[in-house]
Design a protein around this ligand. Structure first.
Ligand SMILES: Nc1ncnc2c1ncn2[C@@H]1O[C@H](COP(=O)(O)OP(=O)(O)OP(=O)(O)O)[C@@H](O)[C@H]1O
Ligand SMILES: Cc1ncc(CO)c(N)n1
Length: 511
């Protein structure tokens, strides 16, 4: 740690460091859906051991799909909130988020000049994840006037361009160059966030006022639940900075935490759009009831397969609407063949089930498969006629399921059939959220609409519960075989989505 990280050049007040439970104020807007704004800030600060306070700058009416309305109370009342805090409480760090007007920004600037908190992190909230505008563009000058009171500013790629009055950076090198430009122009530390750039890595760069750059990388987590990542990251950094006095380590730790929060976000099941991250994953992970630990193990086991699925041409083109109709038709035809066999394996699970509830659940799953198969033929395959005998991947997947159904225990059959539910539900959620943001007529729109079905998500949760029950009742050897059966099926799910491109190659013309 250097003297400059302890005593930032841009400010004179030394940071209050090494405080285990620092007192952190979030000055931000309210997001009633709890994923962004002050609600996210409070969770993020608390997750890191800080004492969270919040002075509300604006009320939004929003959910995971978008922002419906914004109400900005008088700036004088915000100042009254801030004065009430500083009159009584020592503030170790401040995180600033949405500021809905130039007057609000001026009120915050006046208070910062007077209070001089030890660390100030400014997240320049301009546009929500959903694309809704949260800052009037004419307030830009007032926002820039806050930079002399700021230790760290955390723009995403579009915000960085806007702060400089330049077009948005097109690649990472340009983004870092813009970060250096902003840092030099305002003598401020900049965290350039690369989440909006394409690629399998999410890069961030901490640019010191003197131009020194520290880069951080994380794997891109393929999830729709990215609402409030910026809010959550900046609050975490503010809290960690107040604890350690080290900006570089604070960013590194906060980013690693955010990856865990993104990875474990699926358990929350909040909303149909861009859902929240799981801020308290550390706490809940350690306090998780033992009974669901087996399904958690299997889910972690198949992390590489989950990553692989979202990298496949088939899935990427399906989401973008550019998938060739022959690839789509091949997939549908194989799916119809698969579902016929899968239905019989679900019927086997029903036959082996130890309770009546489980017996009924799998029997109705078996019937549901046949209904879906019929609907595929009626609604899609009639429009996309294709000559398609059983392909090699379909055969291998079905052979595996039938082998387990023939010789395996109830737990093994449940483990073998579960990836089809679980990975499908996850893919469905992500594709459906992408589809909601899609502009124009999507060629596979009506199919994608049926994809994120609440009943299916519910059935998946029930099936996971049955898996955990079977694992609890089974021996160690049986659990090992369950794990193996699940892993094989998870890999076949990847291969199944990849089969259209592998079997047909690249068609000459686009649809
Ligand atoms: N899918 C992802 N996987 C891993 N990290 C991600 C992902 N999406 C965003 N991040 C990380 O989250 C942080 C916030 O990044 P982003 O560029 O999305 O900010 P933002 O647009 O301000 O966020 P917000 O969604 O709150 O508006 C960065 O550290 C970024 O690398
Ligand atoms: C209140 C609020 N602040 C910030 C964001 C950015 O994600 C949001 N969506 N809502």
């Amino acid at each position: 740690m250097t003297a400059t990280t302890l005593f930032p050049a841009a400010r004179e007040t030394p940071a209050t460091t090494a405080r285990r439970h620092p007192r952190i104020v979030s000055i931000a807007g309210s997001d009633p859906s709890g994923g962004a704004g002050i609600q996210a800030d409070i969770k993020s600060i608390s997750a890191h051991g800080g004492y969270a306070m919040a002075a509300i700058t604006a009320l939004t009416a929003q959910n995971t799909r978008g922002v419906q309305q914004v109400h900005v109370p008088p700036a004088a009342f915000l100042r009254a909130q801030l004065d009430a805090l500083s009159a009584d409480i020592t503030i170790d760090a401040v995180k600033i988020g949405m500021l809905g007007s130039a007057e609000v920004m001026e009120a915050v600037g006046g208070w910062l000049a007077q209070t001089r908190p030890a660390a100030v992190v400014l997240d320049p909230v301009m546009v929500a994840t959903s694309g809704d505008v949260l800052m009037p563009p004419e307030a830009l000058a007032a926002l820039l006037a806050l930079l002399p009171h700021t230790d760290l500013v955390t723009p995403n790629i579009p915000e960085l361009g806007a702060l400089l009055g330049r077009p948005e950076a097109g690649d990472w090198a340009q983004a870092v160059a813009q970060g250096r430009e902003l840092a030099a122009a305002h003598n401020v530390r900049v965290l350039v966030k690369g989440g909006h750039l394409p690629g399998e890595a999410c890069l961030d760069a901490l640019v010191e006022a003197d131009g020194t750059v520290h880069e951080f990388t994380a794997p891109r987590i393929h999830t729709a639940n990215t609402h409030g990542t910026g809010c959550s990251l900046s609050s975490a950094v503010a809290t960690l900075q107040a604890q350690t006095g080290d900006w570089v380590e604070s960013v590194r730790t906060a980013k690693a935490w955010l990856v865990g929060a993104l990875e474990s976000s699926a358990v929350l099941e909040v909303g149909a759009g861009a859902g929240p991250v799981n801020h308290l994953h550390g706490l809940w992970g350690s306090a998780a009831p033992a009974l669901d630990s087996f399904s958690r193990l299997l889910w972690n086991d198949c992390a590489p397969q989950r990553q692989a699925i979202f990298g496949l041409e088939f899935i990427r083109e399906l989401a973008a609407g550019t998938l060739h109709r022959d690839h789509f038709a091949y997939y549908l035809a194989q799916d119809a063949l698969y579902l016929g066999a899968y239905s019989r394996v679900l019927a086997r699970a029903s036959a082996l089930a130890p309770t009546e509830a489980e017996q009924k659940f799998w029997a109705s799953g078996a019937q549901g498969c046949l209904d879906v198969e019929l609907a595929l033929h009626r609604d899609w395959l009639s429009r996309y006629p294709i000559e398609s005998p059983q392909g090699p991947v379909t055969k291998h997947y079905v052979d595996h399921l039938q082998a387990v159904a023939f010789a395996g225990t109830y737990g093994e059959v449940v483990a073998a059939v579960l990836p089809c539910y679980w990975l499908y539900a996850e893919v469905g959620r992500v594709l459906h959220a992408d589809y909601l943001r899609y502009d124009g007529a999507h060629p596979y729109g009506s199919w994608l609409e049926t994809y994120a079905d609440d009943d299916f998500a519910q059935a998946t949760a029930t099936a996971i519960g049955f898996l955990d029950g079977a694992a609890r009742n089974g021996s160690g050897a049986e659990r090992a075989r369950m794990r193996e059966a699940f892993a094989h099926s998870a890999q076949y799910e990847v291969d199944f989505f990849d089969a259209p491109h592998r079997q047909l190659g690249a068609p000459a013309a686009r649809p």
